[in-house]
Design a protein around this ligand. Structure first.
Ligand SMILES: [Mg+2]
Length: 264
């Protein structure tokens, strides 16, 4: 066989290997519960760590509210009546991580409006007023409440920043009926909005480890679930497959995937 054919075969093999297939294992949710019970019975304090946005909280719904508001604004209705109408009727199911993808999904091809939308979104998305009205991911409230009842210390570890989002976040978690008692929960937020999310989360790991036995970690960002999994290798690591950034990471091979918090 010629070198060319071998090289061609090697090339085809490389492009034919897909990214690792999603490993959906909703039974991992029950495994975390069993680990909480086991640790509590042994007299240890079980700890479970949850990210908020797009892990427990549906941030696409927040973006939907913002896009609808933009579509209803007088200025956009005057400048782009058709696109304004589309934006004002944005369904949550069409919203993706980046507004550019969302616009494409909505069939809006309008660069000036996209630039305007990015600015409009940025001014609202990371604020108390908007996160106060957030909705949970399906099954999240029941699931986290169940773990707390079994004896878990629940840590909410979020890239949201405290200066702009703490009262809205606390109000929303309480209103949605997530466990929020100071004895059973801890909310950890970035002290500075300019900090990188993953770097902030790394700084919190040692303090989380001192709270007790970390038995479960949940994240929607591949990079962050890998950081948590490496820090707490004995915990069940769960990747919540909602939306995530386009950073190149993929969840480590032994991380379980779920779509939400319903057990099947
Ligand atoms: Mg997140």
């Amino acid at each position: 066989m010629s070198t060319f054919v071998l090289a061609l075969q090697a090339f085809l093999f490389i492009i034919a290997v897909p990214a690792r297939a999603a490993d959906y294992r909703p039974e991992a949710l029950g495994e975390v519960g069993a680990r909480v019970e086991q640790a509590a019975r042994a007299g240890a304090r079980p700890v479970v760590v949850f990210d908020l946005d797009d892990t427990l909280i549906n941030s696409r719904e927040r973006t939907t509210r913002i896009l609808r508001e933009l579509g209803e604004s007088e200025e956009v209705r005057r400048a782009f009546p058709d696109d304004a109408e589309t934006l004002a009727a944005t369904p949550v199911s069409r919203v993706r991580y980046y507004l550019e993808e969302t616009f494409a999904n909505l069939g809006i091809d309008n660069k000036p409006l996209l630039a305007q939308a990015n600015e409009f979104w940025l001014k609202r998305f990371f604020t108390n007023d908007y996160c106060a009205k957030d909705k949970p991911v399906r099954g999240a409230v029941g699931y986290v409440s169940w773990l707390a009842k079994l004896g878990a210390k629940v840590v909410y570890l979020t890239g949201r920043d405290a200066p702009n989002m703490e009262p809205g976040t606390r109000y929303n978690l309480t209103r949605s009926r997530f466990p929020m008692s100071p004895e059973n929960t801890l909310l950890l937020m970035k002290p500075d909005p300019k900090m990188d999310d993953t770097e902030f989360k790394k700084t919190a790991l040692a303090a989380i480890g001192r709270l007790g036995d970390v038995v479960g970690v949940f994240e929607n960002e591949p990079r962050n679930i890998n950081v948590l999994h490496a820090a707490f290798p004995a915990a069940v690591a769960v990747f919540v497959d909602t939306v995530h950034s386009n950073k190149p990471d993929v969840p480590a091979a032994d991380v379980a995937w779920v779509r939400d918090f319903r057990s099947e």
